[in-house]
Design a protein around this ligand. Sequence first.
Ligand SMILES: Cc1cc2nc3c(=O)[nH]c(=O)nc-3n(C[C@H](O)[C@H](O)[C@H](O)COP(=O)(O)O)c2cc1C
Length: 323
Amino acid sequence: MKIGNVEVTGYAALAPMAGVADRAFRRICADFGASYVVSEMVSAKGISYNSEKSAKLMESDSRCPSAVQLFGDDPETIAYAAEFAKRYNPDIIDINMGCPAPKISGNGSGCALMKNPRLCGKIVKAAKRATNIPVTVKIRKGWDSENINAVEVAKYCEENGADALTIHGRTRDQFYSGKADWDIIAQVKQQLSIPVIGNGDITDAESAAAMYEHTNCDYVMIGRGALGNPWIFRQINAYFSRDTFIVPPSIDERLSVMYKHIKLACEYKGERIGVQESRKHIGWYLKGFHGAAALRNEAGKVSTLDDVEGLIYKVRLEILNHS
Ligand SMILES: Cc1cc2nc3c(=O)[nH]c(=O)nc-3n(C[C@H](O)[C@H](O)[C@H](O)COP(=O)(O)O)c2cc1C
């Protein structure tokens, strides 16, 4: 797939996930074969107020094309943030038009933008004017079941210069419940000339293949399916290149990648914050392990890398005792 002048190889991208897909997780997923990664959403307004915290979210060192995702509802503020983002060297600027969270969509940003397709177009146009790298958008199916307008919004975005579009097949009202509607993704794909990235409910190589087949999309994007499971990208690449037998990760690999992930987070954010923010990831990595519930409880208490090493030791003991 080519987004503007950016060549995206491979078969699957890591979705933007606030509070989860930070620099460390994006790096780990890219190492496991994610061929395109998108940052956590960054407040354009925050950038215009010189928020260091917002700017830090733009840092990236993934070994694949990487996008900074912006949210906001004012074209000029988005343009300012897109121009500002240049100093972090993203390959692509993505604009969030799908976030359902009241904190975002209650302020006119995220999915609320879809209520005003013309504004979506203006935002894309402003971002395009501000930067010479490709601009993409990420939308949902619509606001609610009465307002399903993904095709209309997608066309406005394309007409105003969007270089690609990702669509998550749920309405804002659905948040993350129910099943993603892949038919709407197929409809959007049929109507656009720019690349369309399908998103929603891909959990393994088979469902990635099913998404490609069902929607004819140009690429797929994975969010929750990658949590505690960065190997999903390796499996998908192997599945499509058909030259490798897909081996699930061993317990040793799972634990050592988890540790590497947390160490990276500490490198980027310092040990206290790095470990604290990694607690939820530990829970996801340990899913399915023997005694996982108790171990997850312990994961909630780790504060240092030493604590994490202690927890890994306990996990190994637990496994030995039950093998
Ligand atoms: C914890 C979490 C945080 C998310 N944050 C963002 C975000 O910052 N920007 C965005 O466009 N979508 C965000 N999403 C939505 C995902 O990118 C994706 O569209 C959604 O999870 C559906 O894909 P999946 O079924 O593969 O998870 C988030 C989802 C989750 C679960």
